[in-house]
Design a protein around this ligand. Structure first.
Ligand SMILES: C[S@@+](CC[C@H](N)C(=O)[O-])C[C@H]1O[C@@H](n2cnc3c(N)ncnc32)[C@H](O)[C@@H]1O
Length: 257
């Protein structure tokens, strides 16, 4: 009997943000293949009897190449195991879940997809910042800031420069300076507010409010670590209003001038 693979989103970290379906699958799992971004609080929920295969042990040297992860899922299912493939955030938002789904489909392995709260939503909710807001932001774009070697980021720069678009940059810790500079060149106001958030919804979450003009230096000065996400746009400025209402910022550097 071939097993089934469940591609499941674990959300941004806080176990309370798991879907009920994800929670049920975690509690009954026998084989779990998981990524680095799955939080410790969620790992503590795994059944003691489950076989746990960590394919993203550290960013440095233990991460299994994607092709090997795909093959592992196929092999486990062919060996008759139902597999919980657990990923941070949502499996289909910069999670390479689509690649795994394609390989499973091509291999005739049955699979289900369980969405998770993507980190953009986790960050926004944690900071009480709406990602769209009538009169301020009519659209929302999720982009990757991940650079492959020396390659330039190929993004829709004119579209991203639209002041009515909220822009969320995933994997942008090392590229945010270049992204901010390019957005300004394309016409986005350098005073546009930017929220940088690390480890959103974890107990040690950190965040700062800055501007496109200052984000690179402020992020470096604050020594922001990984994982980090940037919310760019006028909605980010609402964070200052919410702070004035007593909603908790642990750290805030100079906001847009
Ligand atoms: C490979 S992508 C995975 C995204 C994930 N599938 C999702 O839907 O959130 C990794 C990036 O997600 C963002 N990220 C994930 N979890 C985060 C968190 N708790 N706080 C801030 N950013 C996070 C960071 O930009 C990180 O570099």
């Amino acid at each position: 009997m071939v097993g089934k693979v469940y591609l499941v989103g674990a959300g941004p970290g806080d176990p309370d943000l798991l879907t009920m379906k994800a929670h049920r699958l975690i509690r009954s799992a026998t084989v779990i293949v998981l990524d680095r971004l799955v939080s410790d609080d969620i790992r503590f929920m795994f059944p003691a009897s489950a076989r746990v295969i960590d394919v993203g042990k550290s960013a440095s040297n233990h991460t299994l190449p994607q092709e090997e992860i795909n093959q592992l899922l196929v092999d486990l299912a062919r060996a008759g195991h139902d597999v919980l493939r657990l990923k941070g955030g949502d499996p289909f938002v910069f999670g390479r879940g689509g690649e795994e789904a394609l390989v499973l489909a091509a291999s005739g392995i049955p699979f289900d997809v369980v969405p998770g709260i993507t980190s953009a939503q986790g960050c926004a909710a944690s900071l009480r910042v709406p990602l769209t807001h009538r009169g301020i932001a009519t659209g929302l774009r999720f982009v990757t800031g991940h650079l492959k070697g020396d390659e330039a980021l190929e993004l829709d720069w004119p579209g991203l420069a639209d002041p009515a678009t909220t822009l969320v940059v995933y994997m942008g810790l090392s590229s945010i300076g270049g992204i901010a500079a390019r957005l300004v060149v394309e016409g986005r106001d350098p005073a546009t507010p930017v929220l940088a958030v690390t480890r959103a919804t974890h107990a040690d979450e950190r965040h700062l409010l800055t501007s496109l003009r200052n984000v690179a230096q402020d992020a470096a000065r604050a020594r922001l670590g990984s994982p980090a996400l940037f919310i760019v746009g006028e909605v980010a400025g609402l964070a200052a209003v919410l702070q004035a209402a007593g909603v908790g910022f642990e750290e805030m550097l100079d906001a847009a001038e």
